[in-house]
Design a protein around this ligand. Structure first.
Ligand code: ADP
Length: 251
């Protein structure tokens, strides 16, 4: 800013001020005054407004019960907000019809703390399923699954069942499954919560690599060492409110 005196007085403010666009990619996720109350009366989120741009990797932190999982659920329409608007990939997910939800979810990969792999299907089958359910032809499924398992370093274990794998390996399979569809957005809810520090870095490096290729990533975590190490934008929730939005130093 130069501090020059403006030539004309500023125009009067419109009644609802649009959220300022940050420099960089287009916003892929936008929340406007979102609140979520569950049927029990608990307010999981209160008056939350934020935006996340294409290709950003954003940490979401805060104590247990702060609303992190609820925010993720709202983004892939597993829950609906009680108030406010949510735009994800240009769609208003607060109002999205049930029939349109699968098309939204196809563009969002999700990983969880407990992996959620199918224990009776091989590594390869777990990853393939993500492509089969969207009707990709078998030849494409085979080549994409192989390439994705190679990217996460697990092609040699592709015929094994998940329970035979370590926690870190299982999370790599879950990541491969989440990313094989080349989603626009990756939501990771405590993805390293069950892993030791070394495996945590391994998984987080794969997540950061997905962001470097253009996937917009939101990672919920309690792990402050992880947040410090990657130095990305960090949102902090407390009792359902956004109390901090700290820009990253690494990008
Ligand atoms: P976090 O992921 O940060 O631990 P959550 O989003 O899971 O937080 O929970 C936020 C608040 O909403 C908590 O008080 C929790 O008990 C409550 N909550 C979450 N899910 C439900 C639900 N399905 N029904 C009722 N209350 C819920």
């Amino acid at each position: 800013m130069t501090g020059r005196v403006p030539a004309a007085p500023p125009a009067p403010r419109p009644p609802v001020r649009p959220i300022a666009r940050r420099p960089g990619g287009d916003p892929l996720i936008r929340l406007f005054h979102v609140s979520k109350a569950y049927a029990t009366g608990t307010f999981a989120l209160r008056d939350l407004s934020l935006e996340i741009r294409k290709g950003e990797l954003v940490f979401l932190t805060g104590p247990s019960g702060a609303g992190k999982t609820t925010l993720m659920k709202l983004l892939f329409a597993a829950e609906r907000p009680s108030e406010g608007q949510i735009l994800v990939l240009g769609r208003n997910v607060a109002r999205l019809g049930e029939r349109r939800i699968p098309a939204l979810r196809r563009r969002i990969g999700v990983v969880f703390q407990d992996f959620k792999l199918i224990p009776t299907r091989t590594v390869e089958e777990n990853v393939a399923l993500a492509l089969e359910v969207v009707g990709r032809p078998p030849r494409e499924v085979r080549s994409k699954v192989f390439a994705m398992l190679r990217r996460v370093g697990l092609q040699h274990r592709r015929h094994e069942l998940p329970p035979a794998l370590s926690g870190g390996e299982q999370q790599r399979v879950a990541l491969a499954r989440a990313l094989v569809n080349e989603p626009a957005i990756l939501l990771a809810d405590e993805p390293t919560g069950n892993l030791d520090p070394e495996l945590t870095i391994e998984i987080m490096d794969l997540i950061a690599a997905a962001a470097a290729r253009g996937t917009t990533v939101l990672v919920a975590t309690h792990d402050h060492a992880l947040i410090r190490r990657y130095a990305r934008r960090t949102l902090r929730l407390e009792a359902g409110r956004l109390v901090e939005d700290v820009p990253g130093a690494a990008r």
